[in-house]
Ligand binder design. Structure first.
Ligand code: ZN
Length: 245
């Protein structure tokens, strides 16, 4: 039997009363398991199945089986404990979708786990756009999908603030000479924010104003990179675009 800190990513019903739960553990990485009678047993799973719930998980790995047996979850912190609105919910759903899609199973990702814990702490109704920007940038980086930000991908020349552009079809940033047709410009603030975020914890930015439009181009840049490498559209990105983020 294993015991680990965990964050719930997603769950869906199987059979009559059972659930399959995808959860991200600190020690074992992403795991999928069957919670027997998960729909009914409030004693063993009570209140801990909402995506982005932080919980302690007890589970058993069965030989030659893809799914573990999830025996119990003990709620540590529910995303519903704080104030809830549409933007915060969309941001929390984005974390869950990206992690569920991007993480390999049974592969410990301690750095990603710490990133998630930090952004969950920082994600409030008052300030959803800072942590989601930070998470998108760092997930892209930690998955190995973040290109060099300082130079043009086509010619290698150093980029100047406000001139770098990007495009949904290709990795990297481009100088004004190599800008592609429908490309979007990474504005000077987005570019500067990206450089700072790669060197500082999310808490370093919490004293700043983070209106919805701030670093929008940086978010779009990382969302495009994530979708390109995952080879699919992210549902939660559409939800955030509809909010104008
Ligand atoms: Zn160039």
């Amino acid at each position: 039997m294993h015991e680990s800190e965990a964050v719930i990513l997603r769950c869906w019903p199987v059979n009559e009363a059972d659930l399959v739960v995808s959860f991200f553990t600190r020690e074992f990485g992403k795991v999928k398991g069957v919670a027997k009678s998960g729909l009914k047993s409030r004693k063993r799973f009570g209140g801990a199945l909402e995506p982005m719930t932080q919980a302690r998980a007890w589970f058993a790995v069965k030989p030659r089986q893809e799914l573990v047996r999830l025996d119990q979850l003990e709620l540590e912190r529910s995303p519903l404990a704080g104030q809830v609105d549409y933007a915060r919910t969309a941001v929390l759903s984005f974390y869950a979708e990206v992690l569920d899609e991007a993480l390999p199973e049974h592969d410990p990702q301690e750095t990603v786990f710490r990133l998630l814990a930090a952004v969950l702490d920082a994600t409030t109704v008052e300030q959803p756009w800072l942590p989601v920007t930070y998470f998108g940038l760092w997930m892209t980086r930690l998955m190995g999908w973040l290109p060099e930000l300082g130079v043009c991908t086509a010619c290698g020349e150093a980029l100047k603030a406000g001139e770098a552009s990007f495009h949904p079809g290709s990795d990297g940033l481009f100088c004004s000479l190599h800008r592609q047709g429908a490309g979007m410009v990474l504005d000077g603030d987005s570019w500067a924010v990206a450089q700072r975020m790669l060197r500082a914890p999310v808490t370093a930015f919490q004293g700043e104003q983070w209106p919805r439009k701030r670093a929008q181009a940086l978010r779009r840049f990382t969302w495009q990179a994530l979708e390109r490498h995952l080879e699919r559209r992210l549902r939660t990105v559409d939800a955030m675009r509809q909010l104008g983020a």
